[in-house]
Design a binder for this molecule. Structure first.
Ligand code: ZN
Ligand code: ZN
Length: 266
C-alpha cells in the first residue's frame, strides 16, 4: 500500500460490487477502513476484498444508504460474525427487510448528521429515491473529500452542493433513456426507473458531473450501471463529455467483480 507522505491525506476505495445484484463500497485511509452499503454475501465480501488485497476483519463501521435489498442483504451475517457498528437513517432502520435476521450494533441518525469513524467524517444528505429515508454520503479525511451519489432519481440542489469540491466522485449512471424505452421492461418498471425518485440516467449524471467538476477532481467512478438498459461505453462517454477539457480518469464499476483500489488525496 502507498504510504501517506509529508501531509498527504490519501483515501483509497474499491467498488466490490455495484448494481442490482449487490452493492458494497470499501473505503480506507491510513488508519480506518469502512464499507458503504453491504448488499453482498459475507463470502463474496471476503473474496472480493481479498482480490484487492484487503480484509474486512478490521472494519470501523458500515454506512448504509437505504433499505433496498441490493444495499443491505449482507448486513445481518456481517454484524453477527464481525460486529462492526452499522449506521443508517431511522427511516431506513424501520424498513429493513425482515429476512436480515438479528442485527447487532445499529446506530440511527437523521439525514444531515455527520458520523465519525476513525479519521473519516461521513456527512449524510437526503436523496430523492423511492425508499423510506434514503441518504448518500460525503466523506472527509484529513482534507481529502470523497463524494458519493448512489441510487437517486434526480440530482437536487442539495446533492450538487454536497458533492462540490470532492477530490473523488462515485456517481450513479444507471440507464440510457433510449435503451430503457426500447427495453423489455414492463411500462410500470420503466416509469419507476425513469421517475424523479427512481435512478439516475447517463444524461442526468452528465449534467451533475458538469456542475460539480473542478480543477482538483482526480477520479470519477460510475456505478449502478444497468446490465439491460446501459453500456459501460455509453456511460463513460457521457462522463468524459461532461468533464470537457479536464483530463480526469473515468472508470465504470462492474456488477460482479471488484474495481481497482482507486486513490484520491488533498
Ligand atoms: Zn434503491
Ligand atoms: Zn440499488
Amino acid at each position: 500500500m502507498r504510504k501517506c507522505l509529508g501531509g498527504e491525506a490519501l483515501i483509497q476505495f474499491s467498488l466490490l460490487g455495484s448494481g442490482s445484484s449487490g452493492n458494497a463500497l470499501l473505503i480506507k485511509t491510513d488508519t480506518t477502513k469502512i464499507l458503504v452499503d453491504c448488499g453482498l454475501s459475507y463470502r463474496q465480501l471476503r473474496l472480493r476484498s481479498a482480490e484487492v488485497g484487503e480484509t474486512i476483519d478490521d472494519l470501523a463501521g458500515v454506512l448504509v444508504t437505504h433499505e433496498h435489498s441490493d444495499h443491505v442483504n449482507g448486513i445481518g451475517v456481517l454484524t453477527r460474525k464481525l460486529g462492526p457498528p452499522v449506521y443508517m437513517s431511522r427511516g431506513t432502520y424501520h424498513n429493513l427487510p425482515k429476512s436480515l435476521g438479528l442485527l447487532k450494533g445499529i446506530e440511527c441518525f437523521e439525514p444531515g448528521d455527520t458520523v465519525t469513524l476513525g479519521d473519516i467524517e461521513a456527512t449524510s444528505f437526503s436523496v430523492a429515491h423511492d425508499a423510506a429515508d434514503p441518504v448518500s454520503y460525503v466523506l472527509r479525511a484529513n482534507g481529502t473529500i470523497l463524494g458519493i451519489a448512489a441510487d437517486l432519481g434526480h440530482a437536487t440542489a442539495l446533492v450538487r452542493q454536497r458533492l462540490a469540491g470532492a477530490h473523488g466522485l462515485i456517481l450513479e449512471s444507471n440507464y440510457c433513456p433510449d435503451m430503457l424505452r426500447q427495453s423489455s421492461y414492463p411500462f410500470q418498471v420503466q416509469q419507476r426507473i425513469n421517475s424523479s425518485s427512481g435512478h439516475l440516467s447517463n444524461r442526468d449524471m452528465s449534467s451533475l458531473l458538469a456542475h460539480v467538476a473542478h480543477d482538483e477532481l482526480q477520479q470519477v467512478v460510475l456505478i449502478h450501471i444497468s446490465d439491460e438498459n446501459n453500456t459501460h461505453e455509453l456511460a463513460k462517454r457521457m462522463a468524459v463529455q461532461a468533464l470537457g477539457v479536464r483530463a480526469v480518469p473515468v472508470d465504470v464499476a462492474p456488477q460482479d467483480r471488484p474495481t481497482n483500489l482507486f486513490e484520491v488525496s488533498s
